[in-house]
Design a protein around this ligand. Structure first.
Ligand SMILES: [Zn+2]
Length: 265
C-alpha cells in the first residue's frame, strides 16, 4: 500500500465526511466529477465508510480492495479503537451477506489480519500495565525508611510541572508511578469501596488506581484525583451509572449504580 493509491482520494473524502468537514452530498459529487464514479457507487462508498467508522451494520457491499484499503487507512490514520469498530461493522456485514448465500472468504481473511492487530495492541497495553505495576513495586521498596506521614506530606506537594521522568536512587521511573506507588502505600493497598485486594504470588498486594477525572480529560496525578479500587469496583466505577456529588481536596462523595459512597483521601 503506497501513497497515491487509487483509493486514497476516496478515503480522504469519506474521512472528511466523517469529520463533518464536508457533507456526504459534496463528497459524492466530488467522486462523480473528479473520479468518474457513477452517483450510486459514490453514495454507497461514502455511506459504507461512515457505517464502518460507527461500527454499524450495512447491507450493500464493495469489492474486497475497498475494504482492505479502508481497514489499512483506518488502522494507520485513526488507530485501533476505530479499527475495532470498523471490524465489528464488517463482521455484521458478512453475517448479513452470508444469509444471501455469499461466503466472502477473501474478505474474512482480510478481517482476520486486522483483528490480529487489535489483539496485538491489547497485549501491548497489558504489557505496559505489567511494567507499571513492577515499577510501582520497585519504587515502594524505597519507602521503607519513611513514615506514612512523610509520604502523605510528599503527596501534598505533587505538582503537574514536575518532569514526566523522575530519578530515584539513580534509576529512572515514570512520575505517575511514583505518585501511585505512594498512594497505594499510604492507603494499605486496599479497595476504597470494599477493602479487598488481590494477593500476588510474590506476597505483595495488587490493587488498581482509578482516576476520578480521567487523564485524557486532563485529570491530575494528585492524591485527590486517584482512588484505589479492586478490579471489579474499578470496572464498575468506569462503566457503571456514577454521579459525583462532592469532590474536593479531602473527600469524594458519589453514587454508583444506586449506592452512596464517601471516600476520604
Ligand atoms: Zn472493591
Amino acid at each position: 500500500m503506497t501513497k497515491n493509491h487509487p483509493l486514497e482520494i476516496v478515503y480522504i473524502k469519506a474521512k472528511e465526511t466523517f469529520l463533518g468537514l464536508i457533507s456526504p452530498k459534496d463528497a459524492t459529487a466530488f467522486l462523480v466529477k473528479e473520479r468518474n464514479f457513477n452517483p450510486s457507487s459514490a453514495t454507497t462508498v461514502i455511506r459504507i465508510f461512515l457505517k464502518m467508522l460507527n461500527g454499524e451494520r450495512f447491507t450493500r457491499t464493495l469489492s474486497v480492495e475497498y475494504f482492505e484499503y479502508f481497514l489499512y487507512s483506518i488502522y494507520t490514520d485513526m488507530g485501533v479503537s476505530k479499527l475495532d469498530l470498523a471490524l465489528k461493522s464488517l463482521n455484521e456485514h458478512i453475517l448479513y451477506i452470508n444469509t444471501k448465500g455469499d461466503s466472502k472468504v477473501t474478505l474474512k481473511k482480510v478481517i482476520q489480519i486486522y483483528a490480529q492487530k487489535v489483539l496485538l495492541n491489547e497485549n501491548a497495553q497489558k504489557e505496559i500495565q505489567i511494567e507499571d505495576e513492577f515499577e510501582q513495586e520497585e519504587i515502594a521498596t524505597t519507602f521503607k525508611s519513611k513514615s506514612k506521614e512523610e509520604i502523605i506530606e510528599e503527596l501534598k506537594n505533587v505538582t503537574s510541572i514536575e518532569p514526566e521522568i523522575i530519578i530515584i536512587n539513580g534509576k529512572a521511573y515514570k512520575r505517575d508511578n511514583k505518585t501511585i506507588a505512594q498512594i497505594k502505600f499510604v492507603r494499605d493497598y486496599k479497595c476504597q469501596i470494599c477493602s479487598s485486594y488481590i494477593l500476588k504470588a510474590n506476597g505483595k498486594r495488587y490493587i488498581e488506581a482509578a482516576h476520578i477525572i480521567p487523564k485524557a480529560l486532563k485529570g491530575s496525578e494528585k492524591a485527590n484525583n486517584i482512588i484505589l479500587l479492586c478490579p471489579n469496583h474499578h470496572k464498575e466505577f468506569d462503566l457503571g451509572n456514577r454521579q459525583i456529588l462532592l469532590h474536593n481536596e479531602n473527600e469524594i462523595q458519589f453514587t454508583l449504580n444506586g449506592k452512596d459512597f464517601c471516600i476520604n483521601f
